[in-house]
Design a protein around this ligand. Structure first.
Ligand code: ADP
Ligand code: ZN
Ligand code: MG
Length: 476
């Protein structure tokens, strides 16, 4: 019997606001513990929440990008549970009436993954179990994260493999970062994912019993944890067992999941409407105002790069991996009129250098205008493409322009016929054997002789002219 996995994700994304969702405390990452707290986010008695407008606008922006229906009215609810990192004893979230419903996202291969909902909520504090002298006896809590704004994005059970789920998550992250609503920083916990997974005999319509795997903070972990969990469930069914509905934790060091709590131990959150906050009303005009700030989305931009610049699909895909890279390309292309050449440089030398140095695209020291200058020198035949690579490296490190470097270092291509003829004569004199072989009909030797011309000229001979002139001199 063959089995098919069914997967749905619940993704928590921190919104890029400067302050928390219900108070004015900073959301900056990395501050000393408990220095960004106040009575509201510490849940002190009598403190009242005030909703951060920017958090709502960012959530609306994400919802619009995924084609969700933004609800004119949504309701905050208390999700009650007891845990030390939750100072109020409840989390303010949304439950029956979320901010947005529906929508979806297309992934590689054209599958559309539906979204169930997007709702707003606050983050909890962080328990620290390590790093203190008495860590074996005590847990410390940092409330800096308490009250940081999140959106939870819940997908329909539309994903069918671990790789597809990881790919979807990565795609979703790229869009959130592109929109500027999330910083995409998974090590800092800005984006987290819980994965729900079940398996069913291939061909069966009804879903199997699912488990929820928590604690997945990288794409790799999503994939590995799901692969493991799918295999575990299939093995169980094949041996005549049953999958138990439960929450499981992924342990990346052992590469396994283990049970955290079963359905019987599941929380009863006793949701009820938050009495301290009025219903959230999002008027049509506000939705339109947010829509007006939407950047062109990656898919649209990719299609435009193909149509407007005549780029291959592949190039367009690479260049639209981030808004910063796409902007860089467009600025350089605008100055050269040779978009394909610019694309080659950006995808090749530029990305390679950035990767090698671990520099983000946002911080590239070489301006698009400077790169355009280099492309123009190649297009005009002033320098050869191999010399251009040298010039690129020098520009990158020195900030000097391509023109400056070529002039200062005498790197301009030798296109002068008499100079090339002189070099050809030298090469012919130095390689009498090769010349004899060529004259005897061994064509391949010609390439060797051109290579010698390039070498003698320090790579500066114009290759096309070198070919012509060598032939002329030989055939004389
Ligand atoms: P719960 O009641 O446990 O919260 P929901 O129906 O609200 O379950 O769904 C939570 C997540 O689990 C969603 O992402 C949904 O797509 C996914 N999901 C629901 N049922 C299944 C299933 N049988 N197999 C895999 N994923 C599922
Ligand atoms: Zn606060
Ligand atoms: Mg649910």
């Amino acid at each position: 019997m063959q089995y098919e996995p069914v997967i749905g994700l619940e993704i928590h994304a921190q919104l890029n606001t400067r302050t928390k969702i219900f108070c004015g405390c900073s959301t900056a990452f990395g501050a000393p513990p408990n220095t960004q707290v106040c009575p509201v986010c510490l849940g002190l008695p009598g403190a009242l929440p005030v909703l951060n407008r920017q958090a709502v606008d960012y959530a609306v922006k994400a919802a619009l990008a995924f084609g969700c229906d933004v609800q004119p009215l949504s309701i905050f609810a208390r999700k009650n549970y007891f845990y030390p990192d939750l100072p109020k004893g409840y989390q303010i979230s949304q439950y029956e009436r979320p901010l947005a419903t529906g929508g979806g996202l297309e992934i590689a291969g054209g599958t559309r993954v539906g979204l169930t909902r997007i709702h707003l909520e606050e983050d909890a504090g962080k328990s620290l179990h390590e790093g203190f002298a008495d860590s074996d006896r005590r847990t410390y809590i940092d409330y800096n994260r308490s009250g940081v704004p999140l959106i939870e994005i819940v997908t329909e059970p539309d994903l069918r493999s671990a790789a597809e789920a990881a790919g979807f998550f990565a795609h979703l992250r790229d869009i959130l970062v592109w929109l500027g609503v999330n910083d995409g920083n998974m090590e800092e916990g800005s984006l987290r994912c819980d994965a729900n997974v079940s398996v069913r005999p291939t061909g069966q319509h009804a879903f199997g019993t699912k488990t929820e795997v928590k604690n997945l903070n990288s794409f790799r972990h999503v994939q590995k944890a799901l692969e493991h969990e799918i295999e575990r469930q299939i093995d169980l069914l094949k041996c005549g067992g049953r999958v138990v509905q439960e929450t499981r934790l992924w342990d990346s060091s052992s590469g396994r999941t283990h049970s955290m709590r079963t359905k019987e131990e599941a929380h009863d959150y006793r949701y009820f409407p938050e009495p301290d906050l009025p219903p959230l009303v999002v008027e049509a005009a506000r939705i339109e105002a947010v829509r007006a700030t939407m950047p062109e989305l990656p898919e649209a931009r990719r299609r435009r790069f193909v149509a407007a610049y005549g780029l291959p699909e592949y190039d367009a895909g690479v260049l639209t991996q981030s808004a910063a890279l796409a902007d860089y390309f467009e600025r350089a292309a605008a100055e050269t009129g040779n978009p394909k050449a610019v694309s080659n440089w950006v995808m090749g030398e530029l990305l390679r250098t950035l990767n090698e140095r671990g520099t983000p695209v946002e911080a590239v020291p070489l301006s698009p205008r400077a790169l355009a200058g280099l492309v123009r020198l190649v297009d005009q035949g002033t320098i050869s493409s191999s010399i251009a690579k040298e010039v690129f490296a020098k520009m990158y490190d020195s900030g000097r322009s391509a023109e400056e470097i070529v002039a200062a270092e005498g790197l301009a291509q030798i296109g002068d016929e008499s100079a090339l003829a002189a070099i050809a004569k030298e090469v012919i004199a130095a390689h009498a054997d090769a010349v004899a072989q060529y004259r005897a009909g061994k064509q391949a030797t010609f390439g060797f002789l051109v290579g010698q011309m390039m070498k003698r000229s320090g790579g500066k001979a114009n290759p096309k002219l070198a070919n012509q002139i060598l032939k002329r001199v030989l055939d004389r």
